[in-house]
Design a protein around this ligand. Structure first.
Ligand SMILES: [Zn+2]
Length: 143
C-alpha cells in the first residue's frame, strides 16, 4: 500500500512506503514527509512506520504522463467561429456603414454596366472587394 504525493514546497514526486511489522505502540499519526526537503505533506494514522521515497526516472515520467490531462487545444490553431443560428440584430458602426455604402454603390455601378472590357473587369473587382469588406465588417460586428 502506497500513495503518491507531489511536494508543494519543492516539486519532488514521492511515494509513501508503509513498513509494517512488530512495531510497538499501535496506531499513531505518522507524518508523511517529502524525502527531498522534509516538508510534511500529509499524515496518516497507521500502525506501520511510514517512510517516503522519491520517484524518479521512468516511473516518474510514466506517473506524470498518466496525470496529465488531455493536451489543451493548441492556441496557435484558430478554431472556427461558432455557427450563428438565431436571428441577429447588428448595429452598423461608421466603418460598417461605409462598407455597406461602398457595396451598394459598387453593386449599382456593376449592375448598370454590360460587364465586358476593362471597365467591366474593374467593376467586377470593385464589387468583389466591397462585398468582402462588407462581409468582414459584419463578421466583426457579429462577434
Ligand atoms: Zn519537498
Amino acid at each position: 500500500m502506497s500513495d503518491v504525493y507531489t511536494c508543494p514546497k519543492c516539486p519532488t514526486l514521492f511515494e509513501s512506503i508503509y513498513l509494517s511489522g512488530n512495531f510497538p505502540g499501535g496506531k499513531e499519526r505518522e507524518d508523511i514527509d517529502c524525502p527531498n526537503c522534509g516538508h510534511t505533506v500529509d499524515t496518516d494514522v497507521t500502525s506501520a512506520v511510514v517512510s517516503t521515497r522519491e520517484i524518479t526516472g521512468e516511473r516518474k515520467a510514466a506517473y506524470l504522463a498518466k496525470q496529465q490531462p488531455a493536451a489543451p487545444a493548441r492556441t496557435d490553431i484558430r478554431t472556427p467561429p461558432p455557427m450563428l443560428d438565431s436571428p441577429l440584430t447588428i448595429t452598423l458602426d461608421a466603418e460598417a456603414m461605409a462598407s455597406l455604402n461602398g457595396y451598394r454603390q459598387a453593386y449599382h455601378a456593376w449592375s448598370m454596366h454590360p460587364g465586358t472590357g476593362p471597365k467591366g473587369a474593374q467593376l467586377n473587382l470593385e464589387l468583389a472587394e466591397t462585398a468582402a469588406a462588407l462581409a468582414k465588417a459584419l463578421a466583426r460586428l457579429a462577434q
